[in-house]
Design a protein around this ligand. Sequence first.
Ligand code: CTP
Length: 402
Amino acid sequence: MLDGKRILLIISGGIAAYKSLELIRRLRERGARVRCVLTEGGSQFVTPLSVGALSGEKVYGALWSLTDEAEMGHIQLSRDADLLVVAPASANLLARMAAGMSDDLASTVLLATDKPVLVAPAMNVRMWLHPATVDNMALLRRRGVLSVGPNDGDMACGEYGPGRMAEPHEILAAIESALALPERPLAGRRALVTSGPTHEPIDPVRYIANRSSGKQGHAVAAALAALGASVTLVTGPTAEPDPAGAAVVRIETARQMLDACLAALPADIAVCAAAVADWRVAAEAGQKMKKGAGGPPALALAENPDILRTLSALEPGRRPRLVVGFAAETESVLRHAADKLARKGCDWIVANDVSPAAGTFGGDRNTVHLLRRDGAEDWPPLPKAEVGRRLAAAIAAHLKDA
Ligand code: CTP
């Protein structure tokens, strides 16, 4: 599978660097050619000698000299590969990548490359969860940087949580899928996807919500990213893992979702798959509501903004070229969906049956119909991931023709 593929492996500083030695071995077993750059931090954990012995190639390091530059310039080094892999990717190197710095060989090749980049972050759990790292990762993903891990687990520093570098076999799988990326027909396009439910507070401890799992929206985001789009996923609370390659913005309420969507513009594509609460409590109580002699409270509701309709009605230039909505219906699915297409002003509607008998909410399969202004397509029952892939392919084909 990796026969003849050229991987430039950048090993930055972290205890997980020892796993990169195993990664080199496995890559070579599969026929890949592995050239390594060892950062100064990386060389504190593994030696150029072991990296060189396992890769069978010269190791490029912090001691980058003019002689090296004459032999192979850093630009050539950065381009003479099919894929750049950063494993382990330290918080420091991720921050320097995000900032576009080029103050050592590793950051310079990462800035100079025109090839896909895959990072395998590894760091202390607090460093991984720090807003600075969260923002840096979101920015890198928006720029198309692929990532694998980190995993949850015991850390060398004695803490527990996310931050352990993905295992060599997981990085290998991510490398294989990165290299197998067929065409990326949505490369250079920006997509906005909404997913999951919204939570509308009643008081500080209670909220109104719905049964959306976010599976379908997340699958659409993953599929658009796999076709090369820069995806921003705005999601309500879900248990779904972040889709690979998407920048994820987490919100709770419909109004926050709208703000996050408007902030993510401009976009070429918008897919609204979220099950946005239609109503919120008009006056959220500042303190926990107590039982009392007056009996249960009457909750007055106010209507939430309609995100799909707002995006569809934006002025030309700001409106995404293709706006796709979902219609969750429990009966007369096609009739209600056609009505929604007209009412919301979007371009396409993916209509799905969410009656309890269909098992769509929370389930892994979905039976949908794609309604465009000029007709409808009925899709067979499919896993939600496949619905995402088909929709992304239809979007790519539409934008190509348009
Ligand atoms: N939608 C939205 N903002 C809202 C309500 C819905 O963006 N406040 C979007 C959904 O993401 C979906 C589409 O509108 O793409 C249709 O959602 P659905 O709940 O089926 O429609 P509603 O507008 O709520 O219509 P109704 O409740 O009358 O069926």
